[in-house]
Ligand binder design. Structure first.
Ligand SMILES: *Cc1c(COP(=O)(O)O)cnc(C)c1O
Length: 373
């Protein structure tokens, strides 16, 4: 059994993918070829967002958004410590300082109340840092609470970036992920809900001026032509080949979201009461980048599953504030107790649209036998 089975999907659309790749090989426009524009239009319509700027990865999508806002030294950007390293890494790469805010114990996303407190506290006593923005992370494919986050941002004159690397395809109060904040940044890393066959990402916004900046930043801060550079940017383009691969995958994606939700529904109904299953609040639809559960005896359960040939993974073993990379920020054990507590109990089960019913049953049976809340 596989944690994520990419081959099953490939078999379904092999012809379309090969024919798309072939047409790129024939036209030869490997950089910024016509598939890039075609994909950007499709993504914009999917997420109901005016502008989409594809790019080289989810990390670069975040970095480009931060560069577009011009953050730099002494600027604080608030985010959660319970995320992949890239979220806070991009803040540091842009020259700003991440300020962590603990998560909600049920959704594992940034706690809006603690966010408000953290902003007030920073304004009061850390005068060397100025609050500039917030990166909300949609962990495991479940959107953060953007009504609350955007409200707090407005009151404090901060920008909001949605780190939608795990949530492309999810929805929140009738709107699609990537369009829930000032800017959305997603990833098409192969293991994400919508993945290409290499690295890829995209930035989403309804702001015309910001979109123009993002397009410039993507190509070395390009101005009116190739050799006119008006700002510092990056080499952030998506390969034409990756856009060609994503197009047939996107056509299949809506159906796959349904299938992912079916797997998650089965897991939840079958495991409820035995381990802590994911909480999806009313008005939210997850895209299930991960199906993650909490158990005090996680090692034991993971061992039992491994013996039966079932892979599991831990997202995340170590919250970011305890990572060596952020040592200079001066955080320590006990600073974010909810994140720390969850990182000690959480692990993720195999999750992809083509996970067979009998495999789901075996997984749940093993967990029910070895699980205890
Ligand atoms: C995967 C991921 C990223 C980075 O995406 P890449 O395409 O791998 O650079 C950023 N944030 C989160 C939350 C992620 O899961």
């Amino acid at each position: 059994m596989q944690f994520i089975d990419l081959k099953a999907q490939y078999r379904l659309i092999e012809k379309e993918i090969k024919s798309r790749i072939n047409s790129v090989l024939e036209h030869g426009r490997f950089i910024m070829g016509p598939e890039i524009g075609e994909l950007e239009e499709e993504l914009a319509s999917f997420a109901d967002c005016r502008h989409v700027v594809t790019c080289s990865s989810g990390t670069d999508a975040l970095l480009m958004a931060l560069l577009a806002y011009g953050v730099g030294p002494k600027d604080a950007v608030f985010t959660t410590p319970f995320t992949f390293i890239a979220t806070a890494e991009a803040i540091v790469l842009a020259g700003a300082t991440p300020v962590f805010v603990d998560i909600d114990p049920d959704t594992y996303n940034i706690d809006p109340k603690k966010l408000e407190e953290a902003i007030s506290r920073l304004k009061k006593d850390r005068t060397e840092l100025t609050p500039k923005g917030i990166i909300g992370v949609d962990i495991f494919g479940l959107c953060a609470d953007y009504s609350a986050i955007n409200h707090t941002a407005k009151q404090n004159n901060l920008f909001v970036i949605e780190d939608a690397a795990q949530s492309f395809g999810a929805s929140y109060k009738g709107r699609r992920s990537c369009s829930l904040a000032d800017v959305g940044a997603t990833s098409f890393f192969p293991a994400k809900p919508l993945g290409c066959y290499g690295d890829g990402g995209a930035v989403f916004t309804n702001d015309d001026e910001l979109a123009e900046k993002l397009r410039s930043i993507r190509i070395h801060g390009q101005g009116s032509d190739k050799y006119d550079n008006v700002r510092i940017g990056i080499n952030g383009r998506m390969d034409t080949l990756q856009a060609a691969i994503l197009l047939p995958k996107l056509a299949l994606f809506e159906k796959e979201i349904e299938m992912r939700n079916k797997v998650a529904d089965y897991y939840t109904s079958s495991l409820n009461g035995c381990v802590k299953t994911p909480h999806v609040p009313d008005g939210y639809r997850s895209v299930w980048a991960q199906y993650s559960i909490l158990a005090d005896n996680r090692r034991e359960i993971m061992d039992e599953l491994r013996k039966a040939g079932i892979p599991t993974a831990i997202y995340y073993q170590k919250p970011l504030h305890l990572q060596g990379a952020f040592k200079t920020l001066g955080y320590g054990e006990g600073d974010y107790p909810v994140s720390e507590n969850i990182s000690r109990k959480i692990f993720s089960l195999p999750m992809h649209p083509y996970l067979k019913k009998e495999d789901q049953e075996i997984i749940c049976e093993i967990i029910r036998k070895s699980g205890a809340l």
